[in-house]
Write a protein that binds this ligand. Structure first.
Ligand code: ACO
Length: 432
């Protein structure tokens, strides 16, 4: 049987070559262009990697047209309903759902690593109180490699596993400390009996002088949001981690680079930007004006929380989180909250608008996550930090997969040079 190939002809030289087409489990085939430069002397040009698969992966699959998201083959809807964030973390790292003893062992490992080195706390004092928590996260997570030398030998699978567990376990502690530092309250130690999200809420909102009880609805909502954010195949921050990791950098440094990439408003910073945008719009009556601004190519304003590079039908995470948003508002907030009303109206109006319909721009997961965070009392500048906690699971899983890939090489893209042609240095007194 003939293998799938594609023939490429250089119309200048007349040379033709056949390139193999690789097929995965789902999704479009990929033309293997590994020999392209050697055969033709051309590089390929694809800004934003719109048509480029940067790696093989068996972790997450997205079908943007169907609005489908699978983690290790399992639909996100089923995981959101039936699983828990740490069980999903196990699934992402090890490829299969755990048996009970395996899950217990994994939870035990995570619990063992929730504390951070006492010296690490000193790092926070170096940041001014109004530092953005994402800035602190980049610094503190990057500094972990200075503390945990016993898990930075990336060629040792045990080191890799311990580093992955440490990162998943310590992110809530590091994140909560960012918040406490910003409000001048003492850091709260982890209470492992509270579970992953309960512990995070306790570290953020409890104080030593009062009893604090974790709200089960808040805990459940956070757990589901974290499942939805756990991974999203080769997005900007994950690709950053793979790129940094390809040079054999240690995993703590790699995750710090991923946090930096996540921060941008076109990526994880969008949930924070949505709230700022809703504040800016202010009232339902201003929606038409802002919709026009979003459509005006001379205006930098965009509808934050709308659009996605891959989802061109709907974002399945947005559907789930929208439902959760109603539940949380009904139980912990006010369904008539003007902010939520404004968000719903904006969604309704935009979905009927030709500009958004033609470009297939639908609300993404971040359109609603910010509203839930707000109801839970999480300050706006912590939204992207919450995303980073959840995405750490995907980051470390993708990093582990990459290190274990026999085809892995240092990632070194080419470029199309458009600068000055070669020229001679001009002495200062002769420059015009
Ligand atoms: N508001 C107004 N117009 C938009 C928006 C938006 N939110 N998003 C895309 N468009 C328009 C573009 O101007 C472009 O129009 P054109 O064809 O007339 O030039 C068209 O839709 C296609 O948009 P691109 O920018 O080419 O799409 P791309 O795939 O590069 O960008 C992105 C995707 C970055 C998510 C974009 O839609 C955006 O900026 N959205 C707002 C920010 C946001 O919500 N980011 C979160 C993404 S999800 C996540 O990271 C968890």
């Amino acid at each position: 049987m003939a293998k799938d190939t594609i023939t490429v002809t250089d119309n200048v030289t007349g040379k033709s070559i056949e390139l193999p087409i690789c097929h995965g489990t789902h999704g479009p085939g990929a033309v293997d262009i590994g020999v392209f430069f050697k055969e033709f002397g051309y590089v390929t040009f694809d800004p934003g990697f719109v048509s480029t698969a940067s790696c093989r992966s068996a972790i997450t699959y997205i079908d943007g047209d169907k609005g489908q998201l699978l983690y290790r083959g399992y639909p996100i809807e089923q995981l959101a309903e039936k699983s828990s964030f740490l069980e999903v973390a196990y699934l992402m790292l090890y490829g299969e759902l755990p048996q009970q003893p395996e899950l217990d062992g994994f939870l035990g490992n995570i619990v063992r690593h929730t504390m951070i080195n006492e010296s690490l706390k000193g790092f926070y004092q170096g940041f001014y109180h109004d530092a953005h928590p994402m800035a602190i996260m980049v610094g503190v997570v990057g500094s972990l490699s200075a503390f945990y030398h016993d898990s930075t030998d990336i060629r040792n699978p045990e080191h890799r596993e311990i580093a992955a567990h440490r990162l998943i376990a310590k992110m809530p502690t590091i994140a909560a400390a960012c918040y406490k530092h910003s409000i001048g309250e003492p850091f709260v130690y982890p209470q492992n009996k509270l579970g992953y999200c309960g512990n995070l809420l306790n570290m953020m909102f409890s104080v030593p002088c009062e009893e604090y009880e974790v709200d089960p609805i808040a805990q459940k909502a956070l757990d589901m949001i974290f499942i939805l954010h756990a991974d999203h195949e080769q997005n900007a921050s994950t690709s950053t981690i793979r790129l940094a990791g390809s040079s054999a950098a240690n995993p703590f440094a790699c995750v710090a680079s991923g946090i930096a990439a996540l921060w941008g408003p076109a990526h994880g910073g969008a949930n924070e930007a949505v709230l700022h945008m809703l504040d800016q719009i202010g009232d339902v009556k201003n929606i038409p004006k802002f919709l026009e601004k979003a459509k005006d190519k001379n205006d930098p304003f965009r509808l934050m929380g709308f659009g996605h590079r891959i989802y061109k039908n709907f974002d399945p995470r947005a559907t789930l989180i929208r439902k959760m948003c109603h539940e949380v508002l009904a139980k912990l907030g006010d369904e008539n909250d003007p902010l939520f009303e404004l968000a719903l109206k904006l969604e309704e109006v935009a979905l009927q608008d030709d500009y958004f319909k033609q470009r297939k721009l639908y609300p993404n997961v971040d359109f609603y996550s910010g509203i839930i965070y707000k109801v839970l009392g999480i300050p706006t500048n912590m939204f992207t930090v919450m995303f980073a906690i959840a995405r750490t699971v995907g980051w470390v899983s993708q990093w582990m997969e990459m290190i274990g890939d026999p085809d892995q090489r240092i990632a070194r893209p080419r470029q199309l040079y458009e600068g000055a042609a070669m020229r001679d240095y001009v002495d200062m007194n002769k420059r015009s």
